[in-house]
Design a protein around this ligand. Structure first.
Ligand code: AMP
Length: 141
């Protein structure tokens, strides 16, 4: 799959973007279809289609910049009483642009944004079973 998306064009300056933050590794800009006003995206400048392809050090940097942007949103003119950080990894998770990006979404009460889905209450044995499986995968990764 081609790793180049519209976000690579934005990084290169070939496509327009309302830039908010930039350094050698990371770029943050306004989402053109914001869930709420002030919705930002933070991306690595080097394209990675998925978390699996993303250098973990860059992933850490995305979060660090997202954290700073969350603070800036609260101090800006954006209506922001809370913030959601959200990252969709894979089609099943809702990813549409295959260049990893962290959504930084300012929140106010009743703004209509939310994740659908109902929490369940599985028995402890089920939690332990999956915990074992994930721990094993972690140890072999
Ligand atoms: P996702 O569903 O997590 O892949 O989100 C992709 C996001 O990229 C959506 O929120 C889009 O509105 C946003 N987006 C797509 N194209 C652009 C663009 N050219 N400039 C800014 N945001 C964009």
């Amino acid at each position: 799959m081609n790793p180049y998306t519209i976000f690579a064009d934005i990084v290169a300056g070939r496509a327009p973007a309302s830039r908010v933050y930039e350094d050698d590794d990371v770029l943050a800009f306004m989402d053109i279809r914001p869930f709420t006003p002030g919705h930002l995206l933070v991306i690595p400048k080097i394209p990675a289609r998925s978390l699996a392809e993303l250098d973990p050090a860059l992933g850490a940097k995305l979060f660090t910049v997202g954290q700073r942007l969350a603070a800036a949103l609260r101090d800006s003119e954006v209506a922001c009483d809370g913030v959601n950080l959200f990252l969709a990894d894979g089609i099943a998770a809702g990813q549409e642009v295959f260049h990893v990006h962290l959504h930084v979404i300012p929140r106010t009460a009743g703004d209509g944004f939310g994740l659908r889905g109902r929490p369940t209450s599985p028995p402890r044995a089920d939690l332990d079973y999956l915990a074992n499986s994930i721990r094993a995968a972690l140890n072999h990764g």
